[in-house]
Write a protein that binds this ligand. Structure first.
Ligand code: PGA
Length: 257
């Protein structure tokens, strides 16, 4: 069975390189003092401008947290006149292994559509990046029912993705109402979404998608992380705010059984 996955999404934080160092040194220190043995895969997703320095630190021999580097977004073209954009080739050059695509904040503030997300996924896969596709509903009227929009987001995001690429994809189920609100979904709710997401993927790709990796994101913290990470059918967590606090993040890592 694949290892569980813990993703740190720093979003537009921190503000300086010095702070980046403080966080990373903090992770290291926490892992050392708690004598934590890493039982999961870990991916750190800093802002683009810090990818290089974070990548270098993660590679250092003395650095205990053996994490992969991830970006928070990517454009679908490899090069050209696209002011402000970052291409899959550039991420590869920085030794990025992962990229988050379709985060709800990008959908909301930057008008990312399902079609754009699909183009980004196809381009990232072509460049052999691992994709973390974010999906999730804005509201859930009936708590025991995952809204159809989740299936629709999966179907359009994964259109034309070759079957052989399914193991390069992780879906992060992130209900928008749970992000940054301090009100996480229940593990049962996240599990229900994971089942629906895998079912949708099997409908598209066939039985090979039944083990599609699905993680949960939205107000994950040191107290609740273990309930998600160790839950059957949930393959890990995507952590926003709490990943900026080394003590909190080390506890999250440590909560994996
Ligand atoms: P949060 O963010 O953990 O701060 O709620 C999660 C996310 O948006 O990725």
């Amino acid at each position: 069975m694949a290892k569980k996955l813990i993703i740190a999404n720093w979003k537009m934080n921190p503000q300086t390189g010095k702070e980046v160092e403080r966080i990373l040194v903090g992770y290291n220190k926490q892992l050392k003092t708690k004598n934590l043995k890493l039982k999961t895969d870990v991916v750190i997703c800093p802002p683009f401008v810090f990818l290089n320095s974070v990548g270098n630190l993660l590679k250092a021999k003395s650095y205990k947290l053996k994490a992969s580097l991830g970006a928070q977004d990517v454009f679908w073209e490899d090069k050209g006149a696209y002011t402000g954009e970052i291409s899959p080739a550039m991420l590869k050059d920085l030794k990025c292994g992962y990229v988050i695509i379709g985060h709800s904040e990008r959908r909301k503030y930057f008008g990312e559509t399902d079609e754009m997300i699909n183009k980004k996924i196809l381009a990232a896969l072509k460049a052999k990046l691992n994709v973390i596709l974010c999906v999730g509903e804005n509201y859930r009227e009936n708590h025991n029912e995952i809204p159809n929009v989740v299936e629709e987001q999966i179907a359009s995001a994964l259109a034309n993705v070759p079957k052989s690429a399914i193991n390069k994809i992780t879906v992060a189920y992130e209900p928008v109402w749970a992000i940054g609100t301090g009100i996480p979904d229940t593990p049962e709710g996240a599990m229900m979404a994971a089942v629906l997401i895998r079912k949708t993927a099997v409908g598209i790709f066939g039985p090979s998608a039944k083990n599609l990796r699905v993680v949960y994101g939205g107000s994950v913290n040191a107290e609740n992380a273990g309930n998600f990470i160790n839950h059957e059918g949930i393959d890990g967590v995507l952590v926003g705010g709490a990943s900026l606090d080394p003590q909190e993040f080390a506890k999250i890592i440590g909560s994996a059984i």
